[in-house]
Ligand binder design. Structure first.
Ligand code: FE
Ligand code: FE
Ligand code: MG
Length: 165
């Protein structure tokens, strides 16, 4: 833990670590939801959908890594058990019970929209208080905005294709 780096944070550090741990839990659950969805996906445009889901699964794990590093910098512990992800999550977990590509895309779009809300709120909270976390949230938010658009684009293509049969 860097003492000076921690001392410049202009808000309650425990509260900030709590918010970061909620985002951390979201990232792991999102990673698993994408990863498993990619394994199970069935239906039209399956190959394109699977490639996108796998890319996003990797991005969500990278986000978990980034958030964990910030939690540790602040002197906190990242959520210590997978069970704890459920206690902390903002966005929850949507099991890919129906492997049809359209259903998977809809579930993951909902997850991305939740993630966008979470990082937008974290940026608002840290804008003046903690530029380091603010910058981290901005980097991740950029990815989540791209993820939402990627999935909505695939959904649109899928619907165009199905309508023209
Ligand atoms: Fe993410
Ligand atoms: Fe995402
Ligand atoms: Mg993508």
């Amino acid at each position: 833990m860097g003492t000076k780096g921690r001392s410049i944070v202009g808000m309650d550090v425990d509260e900030l670590v709590g918010l970061l741990n909620k985002a951390f839990a979201d990232e792991w659950l999102a990673h698993y939801q994408y990863w498993l969805g990619a394994k199970l996906a069935k239906g039209p445009m399956k190959d394109g959908v699977i490639a996108e889901l796998l890319q996003h699964a990797a991005d969500e794990m990278r986000h978990a890594d980034m958030v964990a590093n910030r939690i540790i910098q602040l002197g906190g512990d990242p959520v210590l058990t997978p069970k704890g992800w459920y206690d902390h999550t903002n966005c929850g977990y949507d099991a890919p019970e129906d492997p049809y590509v359209r259903t998977l895309l809809e579930q993951n779009i909902k997850g991305e929209q939740c993630a966008i809300t979470v990082y937008d709120a974290l940026m608002k909270k840290t804008r003046d208080a903690d530029p380091v976390t603010y910058e981290l949230a901005l980097q991740i938010l950029n990815d989540e905005v791209e993820h939402e658009e990627d999935l909505q684009g695939l959904l649109e293509d899928l619907d165009l294709m199905l309508d023209r049969k």
